[in-house]
Design a protein around this ligand. Structure first.
Ligand code: GLA
Length: 502
C-alpha cells in the first residue's frame, strides 16, 4: 500500500526538482548545510548518508521537528555455521557484515511516525499513541516492511519505554529477503532510531567507560557514532529517568518484534548477530544462556562469498515453524524414553531442548523416534557439534579446515532437515567443483535465499565465472554474487550543526 502525505508529499524519484519550490532560503539552509557535513562524514555508513541526503526530498518541514537530523543503522549477517540450532537452545557462529539497514530523519513533537522506504518507493505512517494495544489494527494497514518498524516500536512500548515520533527515510544495502537477515537489520536499526529520536543515546563501551557521551541539553547536538559492539542502548525518558538496554536485550526485543510482524517463530540468531557485530570477528553465541564471545575472523587470503539463488518461497515461514515444532516433539519423546530407561538419571528429566541430548544418547534412543523426527533431531544434534568444532579450529587459526564442516552442514540441511531446494543444491554443487572453494552450504531458514562460501580470495573470480556459466543453464535464473566482510554492530548519531563530533 502506498501512502502519501497530502499536498506536501514529494516523490524523490519522480519529481526531485519540484520538491520544496516555495521554501525560503532561511528555512532551507540549516538542514541542507547540516546534511552536507553528513555526506562527508565517513563515520556514517554509506546507506545512512544516502538516507540523510534523501530526507529533505522525501519530507517537507510541514510538521514541527524537535531537533537536527540524525541517522541510525544496523548490520545484516552471515552465519558461518549453526543453522536451525538457535531455537534448539544450541550454538551459532554468525558474523555481522558490512551491509546495513539505515534510517535518517528528525524527531517530531508528536507521536506520529512517518517513513519513506527507498527500496519500495512508498510511504507509511503509524501512531505511537495506544501502542501496544493498537498494534494489530495498525499493522493491517501498513505495507510489509513498515510492520517491522511498528513491531519494534510496539515491543519497546511494552517494556515501558516512552517514544517520540519521527519522520525518517528508510534505506540500506542488505539484499532484501536474500538470507542476510534484512528484517533483523531493519528491526535493530529501528531500535536505534527510536532511541535516537526519543532523545536517547548509544553508549559505546571501551574498557568499561563510555567513549562517547551525548547530551541534548543547551540546544547543542552532536554526532555520536559507535563502531564497536557491544554497546548499551539508552532511551531518555521524562524527569531524567532513562531506560538502558543491553545488546542482548535489544536482540530479544527485536526477535519478539519479528514474531509479531511476520509470524515467523524465529530464534535469536539474526537479531543477536546484528546487535553484537564486531569488525574482523565471528560471534559464538550460546542461544540458551545468551553468553557470547568473539573469535578472530580476519584473513585477507580467505573471502566470504554469499551467492543468492534469487528464489524466495512463500512456504518458508510455515515450513520453518513446522521444523521448530518437530524439534520440540522430538525432544519430548527422547526425554520420555530416556526417563523410562534411565529412571535414576536426573539429567534426563531436565532435558528441555535438543541441545541437551548428546550424540551418544541420540545413537541409543533415536530409533524410538518416528522417522522424520529422527532425521530432524539427528541433523540438529550433529550441527551443534560442528559449531563447537568450528570454534576449536578458529581458536587454532585453522580457518581453512572449517570448510569441510560447511559441506557436511549442507548435506544435513538437505537430507536430514530438508530445508534446502534444487537451486541451493545447484549452487553448492557448482562451488564444490571449483578449486579454492573450501566449503559451501545453504544459509538461513532455507527454501531459497543464499549460500555462504568460504573461498580462497585468489579463487573468487573462478567461482563467479563457474556460477555465471552454469547456474542460469541449470535453473533459468541469474544468481546474485556478493563478497562480505565482518563488520561492526549498530549505531546512531546526530548530525552536528557544527559538523563536528563531540
Ligand atoms: C532464520 C531465523 C533464525 C535461524 C535461521 C536458521 O534466519 O530467523 O532465527 O533459525 O533461520 O538458522
Amino acid at each position: 500500500m502506498t501512502q502519501t502525505f497530502g499536498d506536501n508529499a514529494c516523490h524523490p524519484e519522480r519529481e526531485p526538482k519540484q520538491c520544496h519550490p516555495e521554501r525560503s532560503e532561511g528555512s532551507l539552509r540549516p538542514v541542507n548545510e547540516i546534511l552536507r557535513f553528513a555526506q562527508d562524514d565517513s563515520r556514517f555508513p554509506r546507506p545512512a548518508r544516502d538516507a540523510l541526503e534523501q530526507f529533505p526530498v522525501a519530507f517537507q518541514d510541514d510538521v514541527s521537528y524537535t531537533g537536527v537530523p540524525g541517522a541510525a543503522w544496523a548490520p545484516g549477517r552471515v552465519n558461518l555455521i549453526g543453522e536451525h540450532t538457535d531455537y534448539n537452545d544450541g550454538f551459532v557462529l554468525p558474523i555481522a557484515v558490512d551491509r546495513v539497514a539505515a534510517f535518517a530523519g528528525r524527531a517530531r513533537s508528536d507521536g506520529i511516525v512517518r517513513l519513506w522506504s527507498t527500496h519500495f518507493q512508498e510511504y507509511a505512517q503509524f501512531s505511537l499513541e495506544g501502542l501496544p494495544l493498537t498494534f494489530e489494527q495498525q499493522s493491517n494497514t501498513l505495507p510489509g516492511w513498515a510492520r517491522y518498524v511498528l513491531a519494534v516500536a510496539t515491543e519497546l512500548t511494552r517494556t515501558g519505554v516512552r517514544l517520540a515520533g519521527f519522520d525518517a527515510v528508510v534505506g540500506g544495502d542488505v539484499p532484501l529477503g536474500g538470507g542476510m537477515s534484512s528484517s533483523a537489520a531493519l528491526e535493530v536499526a529501528t531500535a536505534q532510531a527510536c532511541a535516537l529520536f526519543s532523545g536517547g543515546q548509544f553508549l559505546e563501551h571501551g574498557g568499561g567507560k563510555p567513549r562517547h557521551y551525548y547530551t541534548r541539553t543547551g540546544g547543542s547536538s552532536h554526532i555520536v557514532v559507535a563502531g564497536l559492539a557491544p554497546a548499551m542502548l539508552r532511551f531518555a525518558q521524562q524527569d531524567n529517568v532513562e531506560v538502558t538496554l543491553t545488546p542482548m536485550q535489544v536482540a530479544a526485543l527485536c526477535q519478539r518484534a519479528e514474531h509479531i510482524a511476520s509470524g515467523l517463530q524465529s530464534g535469536i540468531l539474526d537479531q543477536a548477530a546484528s546487535c553484537l557485530g564486531r569488525p574482523g570477528a565471528a560471534i559464538l553465541l550460546d542461544c540458551r544462556s545468551l553468553a557470547y564471545r568473539y573469535l578472530p575472523f580476519d584473513t585477507p587470503e580467505l573471502s566470504l562469498v554469499v551467492i543468492d539463488t534469487r528464489v524466495r518461497r512463500e512456504l518458508a515461514t510455515s515450513a520453518y515453524n513446522e521444523r521448530r515444532k518437530q524439534c520440540e516433539d522430538a525432544t519430548r519423546i527422547l526425554r520420555d524414553v530416556m526417563m523410562q530407561h534411565e529412571p535414576e538419571n536426573e539429567k534426563a528429566q531436565a532435558i528441555c531442548a535438543l541441545r541437551d541430548i548428546t550424540q551418544e544418547q541420540f545413537h541409543r534412543y533415536g530409533p524410538y523416534l518416528p522417522e522424520v523426527l529422527r532425521r530432524r533431531a539427528g541433523y540438529v544434534i550433529a550441527e551443534d557439534e560442528r559449531v563447537l568444532q568450528a570454534v576449536k579450529l578458529l581458536e587454532l587459526g585453522m580457518i581453512e579446515e572449517i570448510g569441510s564442516l560447511l559441506w557436511l552442514s549442507h548435506a544435513g540441511l538437505r537430507d536430514g532437515y530438508e530445508v534446502s531446494c534444487a537451486e541451493l543444491d545447484t549452487l553448492v554443487e557448482i562451488a564444490r567443483q571449483v578449486p579454492g572453494v573450501l566449503g559451501a552450504r545453504m544459509m538461513g531458514g532455507g527454501f531459497g535465499g543464499c549460500t555462504i562460501n568460504l573461498v580462497r580470495t585468489e579463487s573468487v573470480e573462478t567461482l563467479r565465472q563457474a556460477v555465471n556459466q552454469q547456474y542460469p543453464d541449470r535453473t533459468g535464473l541469474e544468481a546474485g554474487f556478493d563478497i562480505c566482510r565482518a563488520a561492526g554492530g549498530p549505531g546512531n548519531g546526530w548530525v552536528s550543526e557544527l559538523g563536528t563530533p563531540l
